[in-house]
Design a protein around this ligand. Sequence first.
Ligand SMILES: NC(=O)c1ccc[n+]([C@@H]2O[C@H](COP(=O)([O-])OP(=O)(O)OC[C@H]3O[C@@H](n4cnc5c(N)ncnc54)[C@H](OP(=O)(O)O)[C@@H]3O)[C@@H](O)[C@H]2O)c1
Length: 408
Amino acid sequence: MPNAIVTGATGILGREIVSELGKDPKTWPNVYALSRSKKEDYPFNVKHTHLDLQGDPKQMAKELEHVDAEYVFFTAYLAQDDEDDATKVNGDMLQNFITALKLTGAAKKIKRFILTTGGKQYGVHFGRPKNPMHESDHWLTNPSYPSNFYYRQQEILKKEAEEVGFEWAVTYPNDVIGVAKGNFMNLVSAIGIYATVCKELNQPLIWPGSPHFYTMFDSFTDSTLHAQFNTWAAFEPKAANNAFNVVNGDIESWQNLWPKVAAKFGLNVPDKMFNDKDLANEFGDDGLIMPLQEIPPISEFAKEAGLVGSPVNRQSYVHGKLDLSKWAQRNEVKVAWKKIAEREGLDREALEHATWGFLNFVLGRDFDLVISMSKARKAGWTGYRDSWESIEGALERLVGEKVVPAFK
Ligand SMILES: NC(=O)c1ccc[n+]([C@@H]2O[C@H](COP(=O)([O-])OP(=O)(O)OC[C@H]3O[C@@H](n4cnc5c(N)ncnc54)[C@H](OP(=O)(O)O)[C@@H]3O)[C@@H](O)[C@H]2O)c1
């Protein structure tokens, strides 16, 4: 029976992989969960080991002395404000980790190494992508773009796999729906806090994001589905040396999800949420207008698709009817949250810790994100999630984490 190593064990995606492997001790008798912090207790087949991936590989090798495995799931991630810094930091973490496993001798035992990356593969942070997004789409090489840390990580992985002699697989999740203890870099936590405050203030659940994105399409990844995909990708022969999109596989848009969020909190969505000014992206002081890269990724495909000169090549924006970073700083919001937190026994810091800038981005884009699951399906993957059920499940788990009050 194989051993497994999971890096990023406390993260929104890594935590679910640990949990998935932890549930199946017959298949996975030894799971090494690696991160700097330890946030929860594990079943008997999971051993948590402290590891700082920013350390020197020789030091890391000492910490990894008794750790070896046939399957490695790498989900560690350190967010940086600057994309070039992200490439340096996250690329180095992966490289140093593999170097440390080579120093201990454990690298020789690896059969398959599964790396988690994401939708930034397609430049979804730069602007309108080519839709639908396929794993075979060429990488974005426009020199005006900042570096992409996923590209560096995948290059490192492929090179090391060839040199050491193991197989690799890479996942591309997008807009992850899940819950991690004490981790607020999570769109459902921020939505839950926003709705909770709207309810306390007797306000309807106004859509804070882009009026245009409200009726466009997004692709979400349930963190538990991603974990199941990882175990499938570990053993499936057709997954060897391949990268895969990993999204829920349903078709979703906030025009369908937002009223369901409102109903979950006992709130209404106003009949007329957008006026002509909103639709023209003229928002006043409460709003948000943020340009993305001058050249959107779709431009890199314009020639072959016959789209040269088309308006789709215009610069993309993140728009918000309500800039949530400013909203969270409003006095009435802070007072309301303090009151709710005291009354309901919630985490008082949650309002401040929630990643409002990230939610602005996720709800504010002015382009569709349609990610194809065809490649995984052709390889035999049958997993699927209904994204509303993912969101509802995550909201209910946040009750246990003391981020939102219990649903009546
Ligand atoms: N969350 C999303 O919506 C989303 C969407 C698409 C793609 N992705 C991608 O998925 C991957 C995983 O992201 P995530 O959202 O799961 O990240 P996350 O929730 O922020 O978790 C990051 C994990 O990395 C660990 N880590 C950070 N620095 C470390 C260090 N120096 N040494 C050891 N461990 C370290 C953290 O543990 P400690 O702090 O305890 O060390 C934590 O367990 C990333 O590539 C991300 O870009 C995420």
